[in-house]
Design a protein around this ligand. Structure first.
Ligand code: SF4
Ligand code: MSK
Length: 617
C-alpha cells in the first residue's frame, strides 16, 4: 500500500496509532486483500437461496446463475440495490426531519428558524400561508409526507427542473411518483424473477435516484434550513488542531443535524459550563466529523475535525471525551479504537445502535435533556483522560469560509444570478463543477479531491463542494480568505470582487440537492436545459452507496460525472456501455471512470469547453 493520506495531521496520527498497536481502516483493508474479483466486477449474486452464484469474467463456465441470470442482469441488479440503499439513506434522513417539522409548536427543543423559507416552501406545495407558523409547518410536513408515499403522480420539487428536462424524464418515464415507492419498486424489481431487462432496471435506478435528489435529499436540506436556519457565509477552522487539550472535546459525527443542533444548544448551558470547569476543563469544545460536521459548520460555524478517514484517528488524539453519532458513515471500528482510550462512543438513534457503544436515545421530545446528559458524560470522561496517550498534531488549524447555501450565493451576487451568468458568458468563469463524496482507503486520502479542485480553479472553473470532498478542499486551504490567488485570472477577479473563495462549501451529502437547485436556476435563467450548461460532477474518492445514488441523479439530470473509484459494473459490457456512453443520448449526462484527478480535470474541462461552444459563449 502506498502513502495513506496527503494530510499532515492524519499522517501524525497514523504513526501514533501504529506505535500503539491499533488496527485502522487501512490495516483492515490490507487484511482483506486480495478482495473478491467477482464482487469487484459486480458478477456475484446472493439474491436467493438457489445461489450464491457468480459469473466467470473470462468467458469460461459458469456464464449463468442457477436461475439463468447472466452477467448483464446480475450487474444491473447489484447496482440497483446500491442505488436503492443510497436513496433510502438520504430519504429516511429527510423523513426524520419532516417528523420534527410536524411537531413544531408542540416540543421545546425545535422551532422554525427560517420563517421566510417555510413560507416559500409552503407556497410551492400550494399551502395557505396566511396561517400561523405552526399551522404552516404542520401542513407542509403533511404534504412532504405524501411525497414519500404512493398517493401522488409526481413528487413536488421535481418541478424545480427546467421544462426541457422534465420532458426528457417524462419521455423516459422516470419522473419519480413517491420517494419510498421508487425505492421499494427498485428492490422489488431486483428480486429473482422480476425485472430481467438490464436497461429497464437502469431506468428505474434513475427514477429512484431522482426521488432522492429532488425528493429525500432536497426535503432534508430544505427542512433543515427551516428548522435550523439557512446557512450564510462565515469563517471557521478545520483539522485535528481544532481539538483543545484543556477543554472537554465532543465530536459530532454522522449526518442528521437533529441531535447535533440540540448538543450545540446545550453546550452553552450555564450548568454544563460550570460542571466542565469543576472538572478542571476550560470549557466544552465541539468539533464535527463527516456530514453532521458539515451541517453544524455551515449553520453554526462549529469547527470541523475531519472527514471519513479521520474518524478513528480523531479518537487516537486521546483528548476526545465523547464521540456522539447519529447515523451513516460511522465505522463500527470506532468502538474498538475508543476502547483503547477513555473515549465514550454514544449512539442516539434507534436505527443505528453499535455493539459496545453507550446508547442514549434522542427523540424530538427529550433532545434538550439528552443533550445535557451526553455532555455530562463527556465531562466525566474528561476526568479519565490518560496523559500518556495524548497527542494533538502540531499543525495550525486551517481557516475556511463556509455557509454557501444557494440563497447565500445569490445574496453574495447582489440578489440575482445575473452576475454569475455574465461571468460565465464572458468566460471569467468557464463553468461550474460539483465535487462531492467520500474518502476511500483505496485512494490516498484527500489526494483525488484536492488535486481535482486545484486544477479546476486554476482553469477558471468554480467548484461547489459537499461532504468529505468539502473537508478535503478546506484542509488544503482552498476555502481560505485569500485563496482566490490559487484560481486562474478570470475566476480570481470574480472571487476578489465578491470576497468569496474559488471553492464554495455548499454543505453535506444531502446538500448536493443545493447543487441541483443552483443548476436548475441557472438553466431556467438561461432558458436552456441542465445538460446544456458548462457544468459537471465528480466523486473522486467515493465509497458509499449514497454516492452511487448521487452520481446517478446527476447523470439523470444531464451532467457528466467523473468517478475516481471504479463502480462494480465492469463485469457487464452492456451496463458499462449504457452508463458511460449510451445514456448520454437519453439524458445528456454520463459517467466517466478516471482515477487520476489530473486526467479527470482534463476530461471535465474538455466537456465544459464543448458545452460553451455549443451555447455559443
Ligand atoms: Fe443465483 Fe439467480 Fe439466485 Fe442470484 S437470483 S443467487 S443468480 S439463482
Ligand atoms: S459523510 S457519504 S463518507 S461524503 Fe456524508 Fe463523507 Fe461520503 Fe459519508
Amino acid at each position: 500500500m502506498g502513502e495513506k493520506t496527503i494530510q499532515k495531521d492524519a499522517k501524525i496520527m497514523i504513526e501514533k496509532l501504529k506505535k500503539e498497536g491499533i488496527d485502522l481502516v487501512w490495516d483492515r483493508l490490507e487484511k482483506q486483500e486480495p478482495q473478491c474479483g467477482f464482487c469487484a466486477l459486480g458478477l456475484s449474486c446472493r439474491n436467493c437461496a438457489m445461489g450464491p452464484c457468480r459469473i466467470n469474467p473470462f468467458g469460461d463456465e459458469p456464464q449463468k446463475g442457477v436461475c439463468g441470470a447472466d452477467a448483464d442482469i446480475i450487474v444491473a441488479r447489484n447496482l440497483a440495490r446500491a442505488v436503492a440503499s443510497g436513496a433510502a439513506s438520504h430519504s429516511d434522513h429527510g423523513r426524520d426531519l419532516v417528523e420534527v417539522l410536524a411537531l413544531v409548536g408542540k416540543i421545546k427543543a425545535y422551532s422554525v428558524r427560517d420563517g421566510e423559507k417555510l413560507k416559500r416552501l409552503a407556497q410551492e406545495y400550494g399551502i395557505d400561508t396566511s396561517k400561523s407558523v405552526e399551522e404552516i409547518a404542520h401542513e407542509l410536513a403533511e404534504s412532504m409526507m405524501e411525497d414519500f408515499g404512493s398517493k401522488k403522480e409526481r413528487i413536488q420539487m421535481i418541478d424545480r427542473a427546467p421544462k426541457r428536462r422534465l420532458e426528457i424524464w417524462e419521455k423516459l418515464r422516470i419522473i419519480p411518483r413517491g420517494i419510498d415507492r421508487e425505492v421499494v419498486e427498485l428492490m422489488h424489481r431486483t428480486h429473482m424473477g422480476v425485472d430481467n431487462d438490464p436497461v429497464n432496471i437502469l431506468l428505474q435506478c434513475m427514477r429512484a435516484s431522482l426521488a432522492d435528489g429532488f425528493g429525500g435529499s432536497m426535503i432534508a436540506t430544505e427542512v433543515s434550513d427551516i428548522l435550523f436556519g439557512t446557512p450564510q457565509p462565515k469563517v471557521s477552522t478545520i483539522n485535528l488542531a481544532t481539538l483543545k487539550k484543556n477543554e472537554v472535546n465532543v465530536i459530532l459525527h454522522g449526518h442528521n443535524p437533529i441531535v447535533s443542533e440540540a448538543v450545540v444548544e446545550a453546550a452553552s448551558d450555564e450548568e454544563i459550563t460550570r460542571l466542565a470547569k469543576e472538572a478542571g476543563a476550560d470549557g466544552i469544545n465541539l468539533a464535527g466529523l463527516c456530514c453532521t460536521g458539515n451541517e453544524v459548520l455551515m449553520r453554526k460555524g462549529i469547527p470541523m475535525a475531519g472527514n471519513h478517514l479521520l474518524q478513528e484517528l480523531v479518537i487516537g488524539t486521546g483528548v476526545v471525551d465523547v464521540i456522539i453519532v447519529d447515523y451513516q458513515c460511522i465505522m463500527p471500528g470506532i468502538v474498538d479504537v475508543a476502547k483503547c482510550y477513555h473515549t465514550a462512543v454514544v449512539t442516539t438513534s434507534p436505527k443505528a445502535k453499535f455493539k459496545g457503544a453507550i446508547h442514549i436515545e434522542f427523540t424530538p421530545e427529550n433532545a434538550d435533556e439528552k443533550a445535557r446528559e451526553v455532555l455530562k458524560l463527556a465531562i466525566e470522561r474528561f476526568r479519565k483522560r490518560n496523559p500518556d496517550f495524548i497527542k494533538i498534531p502540531d499543525v495550525k488549524p486551517m481557516e475556511l469560509m463556509t455557509g454557501f447555501s444557494v440563497e447565500a450565493i445569490v445574496k453574495a451576487l447582489g440578489g440575482t444570478l445575473q452576475p454569475l451568468i455574465d461571468a460565465i458568458k464572458e468566460g471569467s468563469i468557464k463553468g461550474v463543477v460539483g465535487s462531492v463524496g467520500c474518502n476511500n482507503p483505496k485512494v490516498r486520502q484527500d489526494y483525488g479531491h484536492t488535486v481535482l479542485a486545484k486544477k479546476l480553479i486554476e482553469n477558471d472553473v468554480l467548484v461547489l463542494d459537499t461532504g468529505c470532498a468539502a473537508v478535503a478542499d478546506a484542509k488544503a486551504g482552498l476555502k481560505r480568505m485569500g485563496s482566490a490567488n490559487l484560481a486562474g485570472d478570470g475566476l480570481k477577479k470574480v472571487c476578489e470582487a465578491l470576497k468569496i473563495p474559488p471553492v464554495l462549501h455548499v454543505g453535506s451529502c444531502v446538500d448536493n440537492s443545493r447543487i441541483l437547485v443552483a443548476l436548475c436556476a441557472l438553466a431556467n435563467e438561461l432558458g436552456v436545459d441542465i445538460s446544456d450548461l458548462p457544468a459537471a460532477g465528480a466523486a473522486m474518492e467515493w465509497y458509499s452507496e449514497k454516492a452511487i445514488a448521487i452520481g446517478t441523479y446527476f447523470v439523470s439530470s444531464g451532467l457528466l460525472v467523473v468517478l475516481g473509484v471504479p463502480p462494480p459494473i465492469h463485469g457487464s459490457q452492456l451496463v458499462l456501455d449504457v452508463l458511460t456512453n449510451k445514456v448520454e443520448e437519453l439524458t445528456g449526462g454520463k459517467f466517466v471512470v478516471e482515477p487520476d484527478p489530473e486526467k479527470a480535470a482534463e476530461v471535465i474541462i474538455k466537456h465544459i469547453d464543448k458545452k460553451r461552444k455549443k451555447l455559443g459563449i
